[in-house]
Design a binder for this molecule. Sequence first.
Ligand SMILES: NCCCC(=O)O
Length: 815
Amino acid sequence: MTKPIPSKARAVIVGGGVSGCSVAYHLAKLGWTDVVLLERKQLTCGTTWHAAGLIGQLRASQNMTRLAKYSADLYVKLEAETGIGTGMRQNGSMTVALTDERKEEIYRQASLARAFDVDVREITVDEVKAMYPHLNTADIKAAVHLPLDGQCDPANIAMALAKGARQNGATVIEGVKVTSVLTKDGRVTGVACEQNGETFTIETENVVNAAGMWGRTLADISGVTLPLHACEHFYIVTEPIPNLTRLPVLRVPDECTYYKEDAGKMLIGAFELKAKPWGMDGISEDFCFDQLPEDFDHFQPILENAINRMPMLETAGIHTFFNGPESFTPDDRYYLGEAPELKGYWVAAGYNSIGIVSSGGAGMALAQWMNDGEPPFDLWEVDIRRAQPFQKNRAYLQDRVSETLGLLYADHFPYRQMATARGVRRSPIHEHLKARGAVFGEVAGWERANWFAREGQAREYRYSWKRQNWFENQKEEHLAVRNGVGLFDMTSFGKIRVEGRDALAFLQKLCANQMDVAPGRIVYTQMLNAHGGIESDLTVTRLSQTAFLLVVPGATLQRDLAWLRKHLRDEFVVITDVTAAESVLCVMGPKARELMRKVSPNDFSNAHHPFATAREIEIGMGLARAHRVTYVGELGWELYVSTDQAAHVFEALEAAGADVGLRLCGLHTLDSCRIEKAFRHFGHDITDEDHVLEAGLGFAVRTKKGEFIGRDAVLRKEKEGLKRRMVQFRLADPEPLLFHNEALVRDGKIVSTITSGNYGHFLGGAIGMGYVPCAGESEADVLASRYEIEIAGVRVKAEASLAPMYDPKAERVRA
Ligand SMILES: NCCCC(=O)O
């Protein structure tokens, strides 16, 4: 008998895999009792049913780890709550390293785990052997053990979540296909669906796309960007192996493999470096517990390594050769949150083969997000607003996901760049930079010169946890910026025009700094949320009485646009993304003025063109708007040039620059310079859960200007005092490197992690920033402590400073 479909619901969840079931469970727990989950066939029949079900708690960041730990805890409790056996067992996990580089990575991870309160221990090869007697350990260089990791039965986890959701009032219906999402005035109003050939509509203000590998197609129908694509994922299951005892989960990332013992059989799965995208022409509606054809040739190298690693496998018969599709995303991170294109359209999809361990926490976080209208903590790394509209292009996705599948087990070297699907967004001077030795990286699809190779030097990254092959190039670029003048191409900046009668009032409401400045002034500001957390970090240039230009990082453009549009009420304002209209060439360094005088007849004196002002200038035979601001802590101008004139302006600068030693510089140098100056970076040092005052950005907040979002939270914090503070650190030993996420140790105790790090080539050592808990403490108390930073298990002394270590009085910027 088919279940009646309700005509109304508070939320409709599309997709009955572990993701959708978890969202339904958590919404129901929050009291959303009229939630409907619609599954087109049967629960779990897409991807969940064939997942391996490994529960590894340590993830790449604190909040991802928090969500994974939440999943583990939930899955332990779920059986008692629902009566469905989840197969959850905390048999621990072990990761082994076969190279020195991997050893550094897993030891760094172990330090991180300690900072995140995950139980972890570096173990010896003898201990590996004792825990895993069947293993060939001859070439194992290091190993870590996480005793509370484990494994579970994925289908039963989903079933238990669905049952728990029902127990709390949700409705779960199988055999219903959602055909479209109904909308009015930019928000969701309902869904249209089909059951046994009959059509129905459900009125609702909230839809959750948890449709897994169908998610992109479903989103497309509503004009929502959800870039994901399926790939084939392979594993084998052996016949029962006599006398096999319970074993921890084993990961051998250097061989792209994981091993799971279950009921006396071994499951061996692979994250090979070049994967096979699947479902190029769409995924059949009829897909239900289907498998894909075997591909022995593809799996053969993995199997050979596995037999060498675990010789008993040679004689164990293969019970199942499994191949099933899973969804992958362009950056190997899943999607959560409200789609910027449509109010009330939520997503929880694209799990990159870690859907089981992720979904418990992700479902909880999304449910809270839907309930409260804001994420419960910083979720930027998985936020759907990071997706770029072009990324739903299928040719792009197919190329990219062939790489992302393997990333789970690839070496996670710092500065690692994607090798596939490159070159989609390019600056007008891209070819000029390439001809001059640029080695490019990619952010949000933009090709950006990260560093410049010397004549004859290989134009490629040689990755390492130590100094990489471009370290000396960066040093030369960095010192050129400090002592002479450097040129950066920052065309990838996001540029947003906010124009109209109410533009000023609108920006006054959103920005914490004073926006009512004279035309031509530039203001550094943050957009805050109601808790005083930082939603956006930007400069705003007043172009006229009614027009403003907002400049944001390329990676946050969609998020920033969404935040602006979300807060637009009845103001007469037009918001336009003008990113592609202007290139940005930055000339930075003490000789920047000398250079500008050579290419332009305009006046670049402090009197005429002081810091934080913008002026139209003639340059070469073209025009530009010169913004006197800096992200490297030097005298300099960002030149905003119409894209058609960018190459000409670059040529003019380059020709004139020969006399003043102009040096082309890359993004790695931008980062090393900004970190010496302790300039914050959104997504690392500042996020929506970091209070603007604790981030040390109170100088950019004007509570006296009147109401703005976050003002009350700022006033409250002023009264209550800071609970933590952003501090800058320099390692005493000039050799070790900081990237981010290293454990920060205060007086012998881990207190937090480094939020960003790079090498201070001027200051002579690795520089990092991080939050230090300081409730009730004075600045002097904070500085009186002894600080160390734990790098791969080794604690290195660090000097701490609350003021920027480089140019603390900002004299160079205003020179
Ligand atoms: N779906 C396989 C997960 C692999 C891992 O957790 O390492």
